[in-house]
Design a protein around this ligand. Structure first.
Ligand code: EGV
Length: 384
């Protein structure tokens, strides 16, 4: 028998994710890393007290340099501009985005934004008063952007790999888009928070962007990779020619990030470069295979993003409504993410999809998958 649940109100995806945190539930909702630490990562965590002493003693800029070199290096981003003082660390990548948004609105009133994508990006950009023009993911990846679009915006904002689709912008495509942005004087902004999961997103983006001559800003993030209890760093990295008040606004908001967290990031990134990142990619691939196998024989169910390697996976629930499935599994204590809000310009396009998190322990993932599977198979109102 279903328990009686209070009616929910969730205004955005993060509020849907918060519901999953509030209970002792199976949480497959948010994209944060909640899997067990690996043995090597546990060892680093066990050394936190001595890292505290080290962080208190050493000059902060030195620690920041080591963290940046290690993290950007692990991800193939060798042409990062730390030496030029342009890798601005933030408490989170959303804060980096907020600083970018506030900077952009001083010189322009509109942004072209990839569609779909995680809804806090459009909400942050709109929050400072920017008008948004959707750029379909297929369009951004397959064709030149139309002149009419580039003439009316101050920035093109692309998430790569995209959340939730996992789609990665190729080097050739990035080069062409950057050339177009250079031609029109438009800032090219990249959110690369999920790049650690996909080797295809690890070519040296900074070399490509610099060669194009365009004005660019990249947002990097440690937040999705390691189960570090929300201890993380987001980086805001502008080009030399960006001509936006980014450093000023960054300094209005923070003096710096924690040298303890930066030291921890350095150690985790060194372990990542030493095989930890490849291990994480294998873990996510295993979890994706486990999930796909569990639904292989459920009628009307399909996985949307065949080639995705990011730590989230979209499930199409056929003719069912995602919110109906969401409610049915919620009554059994399983939380997933309904997808309509990713489609920030046209929510109905996401209304038959759910997003499931893969950065969990396999036992949680399997238990959640079984609840979802029986809900899809058993509930007559949910028949595809
Ligand atoms: C995901 C939420 C916010 C974000 C969750 C996310 N952050 N709202 N500032 O980290 O995919 O679940 O990106």
């Amino acid at each position: 028998m279903n328990r009686i649940l209070p009616t929910v109100s969730a205004e955005n995806l993060t509020q849907f994710e918060t519901l999953a945190l509030a209970t002792s539930s199976m949480n497959l909702a948010d994209g944060h890393a909640r899997q067990q630490l690996t043995a090597a990562q546990s060892k680093i965590v066990a050394e936190l007290p001595s890292m505290w002493a080290e962080a208190a003693m050493r000059p902060a800029p030195e620690i920041e340099q080591e963290a940046t070199e290690s993290f950007f290096g692990m991800l193939g981003q060798h042409s990062h501009p730390f030496a030029a003082g342009r890798t601005l660390s933030c408490y989170s990548s959303s804060l980096a985005m907020e600083i970018l948004a506030r900077s952009l609105v001083t010189t322009s009133d509109a942004v072209a934004l990839i569609h779909p994508t995680f809804d806090n990006i459009p909400d942050i950009l709109r929050g400072v008063g920017l008008r948004l023009v959707p750029v379909e993911e297929e369009q951004a990846h397959d064709e030149d952007l139309p002149a009419e679009l580039l003439e009316q915006v101050g920035c093109v904002f692309i998430t790569t790999p995209n959340n939730p689709t996992g789609r990665v912008m190729s080097e050739a495509r990035l080069r062409r888009l950057a050339e177009q942005c250079a031609e029109y004087g438009v800032v090219l902004a990249l959110d690369t928070c999920f790049r650690g999961f996909d080797p295809d997103a690890q070519f040296d983006h900074y070399a490509v962007l610099d060669a194009s001559g365009c004005r660019w800003v990249v947002i990097e993030d440690t937040g999705k990779l390691w189960p570090t209890l929300e201890l993380k760093i987001g980086w805001l990295v502008p080009s030399a020619n960006v001509d936006l008040p980014i450093e000023k606004i960054h300094s209005d908001i923070l003096l710096g990030t924690s040298p303890l967290i930066l030291l921890m990031v350095k150690r985790l990134a060194d372990d990542g470069a030493d095989g930890g990142l490849a291990e994480l990619q294998r873990t996510i691939a295993d979890h994706r295979a486990l999930l796909r196998a569990e639904f292989a024989d459920v009628p009307g169910i399909s996985f949307v993003d065949e080639h995705a390697r990011v730590s989230v996976e979209r499930l199409h629930v056929g003719s069912r409504l995602g919110m109906d499935v969401w409610s049915a599994v919620r009554s059994q204590n399983l939380y997933v993410l309904p997808c309509q809000k990713f489609h920030w310009a046209r929510p109905h396009e996401g209304e038959r999809m759910l997003r499931l998190a893969l950065s969990r322990n396999p036992s949680t993932l399997l238990a959640g998958a079984r609840v979802l599977r029986s809900a899809l198979l058993d509930a007559p109102e949910l028949q595809g």
